[in-house]
Design a protein around this ligand. Structure first.
Ligand SMILES: [Zn+2]
Length: 213
């Protein structure tokens, strides 16, 4: 805890005074561009990956970056989706899985989940990804299988996301885009899911820079 409190002290003494103007502007309202749903894993830091200061990303961190299909779990994730899409009016929703995901790795040893009842119940929302992976990636082993499962899970959670009325309605109107990303922690790279090819491709940062220039 000492390390965290030292961090807070540094924030108070150095960061906040420097950014005071921005924090005053943010004190009474927010207008984030995107809803970023990713794993609770401590190594995945959306604000760092996208170099996004406070106010730009509405972040929902949850084990396994799972988005329960609408109606199956009216809890925190469904609330974050509804609020970000309907009230805040974000233009994009990103579901981001990552390498070495403990939640995905757990499926290699489901017997270990039996004593973790809450985790076991939550991971039910990845049932489709597990079934698809068993059918299509059973030739893979270890890390390669976990990566394939993690990517199938991202695709599956995008399908769940589409079942949320707020998302379906805005997508029908054409003013909301949804994205599936895979973040490789050791490489510092993001791959994006392409619907047309059904595969993940490294985000080309040069192309991204040109597109926004
Ligand atoms: Zn994870």
């Amino acid at each position: 805890m000492d390390k965290l409190l030292k961090g807070y002290s540094k924030f108070r003494k150095e960061v906040f005074p420097r950014e005071k103007h921005n924090f005053k502007m943010l004190a009474s309202s927010q207008a984030p561009h995107a809803l970023f749903i990713t794993c609770a894993d401590s190594r995945v830091d959306p604000s760092m990956i996208l170099q996004a200061p406070p106010g730009e990303l509405f972040i929902c961190k949850v084990v396994g970056n799972l988005v329960p299909a609408y109606g199956s779990a009216m809890g925190g994730v469904a609330s974050a989706v509804e609020y970000a899409v309907t009230v805040l009016g974000v233009s994009d929703v990103i579901i981001c899985g990552h390498s070495d995901c403990g939640a995905m790795r757990a499926f290699l040893h489901p017997e270990k989940l039996r004593s973790l009842k809450a985790v076991e119940a939550w991971l039910e929302h990845a049932t489709t990804a597990i079934a698809v992976s068993k059918d299509h990636h059973s030739h893979l082993e270890g890390d390669a299988y976990v990566e394939a499962l993690t990517k199938e899970n991202i695709v599956s959670q995008l399908q769940h996301l589409r079942t949320h009325p707020s998302v379906a309605s805005r997508m029908r109107r054409g003013n909301l885009a949804i994205h599936g990303w895979y973040y490789d922690i050791g490489e510092g790279t993001v791959s994006s899911y392409a619907d047309d090819s059904g595969s993940f491709h490294l985000l080309d940062e040069e192309a991204v820079i040109k597109a926004v220039a």
